[in-house]
Design a protein around this ligand. Structure first.
Ligand SMILES: *Cc1c(COP(=O)(O)O)cnc(C)c1O
Length: 414
């Protein structure tokens, strides 16, 4: 390693972070442990060049191999998800979504998405985000009694406001999306329907969550969550999308470049190509299945300890706990669990009476710990630790030691 000689300060901090990751349980559901191959591409000389434009139509010379890499990446995404067109240049999930707005709407046009406190993402029209400041944003949510998406309320809002673009996707929704119902609602007024599968891309690729491909026009995703690649984003156009608007691929490509971005990060694109190859294997299907099995077992155990779960459980990789019956705030729970070596995040729950910075819930998930090889037995152990720590903060130190011991048996990938 050359880095310690060049910059011992940063090298030291990376070393400490590696040790932190090795000795703790990463249970933030939007995170994962990427493979060494992915990180090798990310840290390669591909970071050195500009490649503005698209394969075959670049603005700089010397891009023969970059063109091949980007074409391989696009082809793998097309094959894996079964879509017609892919743009792999978005710097991350938020810029991918931004490009969809920029391609399809004029400022002031109406857009619709799930509200942030009900599980949606900032870029789906939340009030502080560009998506609500430059467009007229209408928000739908979940039902108060069962925490499932309120499709009837949504259909009413669609009729009333006639949005041009409708988003489906979430950061904190523990259930399956009923793509068919969304399609019927969007088609009834001729709106564009976009699925943002940032959280569940790996579950869709692994065939443990229904694919939105037959039902939506556009799909955006991150590549670093359940898909387990480098930080990045993609925009995909389906057959249905092309049938609605043949120019959709060109509109999206032009929105990314030159509309919003300059040079693509080809080192990330190479790493995305690798993660897509990994995600096409039988091993990855087993991984995706285990992510969901682990989340279900963890949810069942937490229920046994008297935890209240939003929607009563989970169908996917994540769990949202309503902590109000435990007398501990989301922030306090996050802090105690961090001290115990279990990393989760505080999160608003639907209809949360508490303010967003001091919410009543925590969000946790199984993608990263499943990448380490943990299975049902470990989930039972983790649920018991979570219960110990929420019941009494004096248990943090004891649990911390036990977490360290278990982590030794499950080294980080590579
Ligand atoms: C994570 C996420 C994003 C944003 O991705 P960034 O890479 O953080 O910009 C967008 N939409 C959804 C649903 C997400 O979960």
């Amino acid at each position: 390693m050359n880095l310690p000689k060049v910059d011992s300060q940063i090298a030291g901090l990376i070393g400490k972070e590696k040790e932190r990751q090795e000795t703790t349980l990463e249970m933030i559901p939007s995170e994962n442990h990427s493979s060494l191959a992915v990180r090798e591409a990310l840290g390669s000389i591909l970071t050195d060049k500009y490649a503005e434009g698209y394969p075959g139509k670049r603005y700089y010379a010397g891009l023969e191999y970059y063109d091949q890499i980007e074409n391989i990446c696009k082809e793998r995404a097309r094959m894996l998800f079964g879509v017609e067109h892919v743009n792999v240049q978005p710097y991350s999930g938020s810029p991918a979504n931004q490009a969809v707005y920029f391609a399809l709407l004029k400022p002031g046009d109406t857009t619709m998405g799930m509200s942030l406190p009900h599980g949606g993402h900032l870029t789906h029209g939340w009030k502080v985000n560009f998506s609500a400041k430059y467009y007229k944003s209408v928000q739908y949510g979940v039902k108060e009694d069962n925490h499932l998406i309120d499709y009837e309320e949504m259909a009413g809002l669609v009729r009333e406001h006639q949005p041009k673009l409708i988003w489906v996707g979430a950061t904190a929704y523990p259930r399956i999306f009923d793509w068919e119902r969304f399609t019927k609602i969007a088609d009834s007024i001729g709106a564009y329907l976009a699925a943002d599968i940032a959280h569940i891309a790996g579950l869709v690729a692994g065939e443990v969550h229904p694919s939105p491909v037959p039902f939506v026009h556009i799909i955006t995703t991150t590549t670093h969550k359940t898909l387990r690649g480098p930080r990045g984003g993609m925009i995909m156009i389906t057959k249905k999308g092309i049938e609605k608007d043949v120019e959709l691929p060109q509109k999206i490509d032009r929105a990314i470049f030159p509309g919003l971005q300059g040079g693509p990060h080809e080192n990330s694109i190479a790493a995305i190509a690798i993660c897509l190859k990994e995600a096409s294997t039988l091993d990855f299907k087993h991984y995706a299945r285990q992510v969901v099995v682990n989340a279900r077992v963890l949810a069942e155990e937490l229920l046994r300890y008297g935890f209240r779960l939003i929607s009563g459980g989970t169908d996917n990789h994540l769990i949202l706990i309503d902590l109000r019956n435990k007398g501990v705030s989301g922030a306090e729970a996050q802090d105690r669990l961090e001290r115990a070596g279990i990393t989760v995040n505080k999160n608003s729950i639907p209809f949360d009476p508490a303010p967003p910075f001091k919410p009543s819930g925590i969000r946790l998930g199984t993608p990263a710990i499943t990448s380490r090889g943990m299975k049902e037995e470990e989930m039972k152990q983790i649920a018991s630790w979570i219960n110990d720590v929420i019941a009494d903060e004096n248990n943090c130190e004891k649990v911390r030691e036990e977490v360290k011991e278990m982590c030794k048996k499950f080294p980080l990938p590579n």
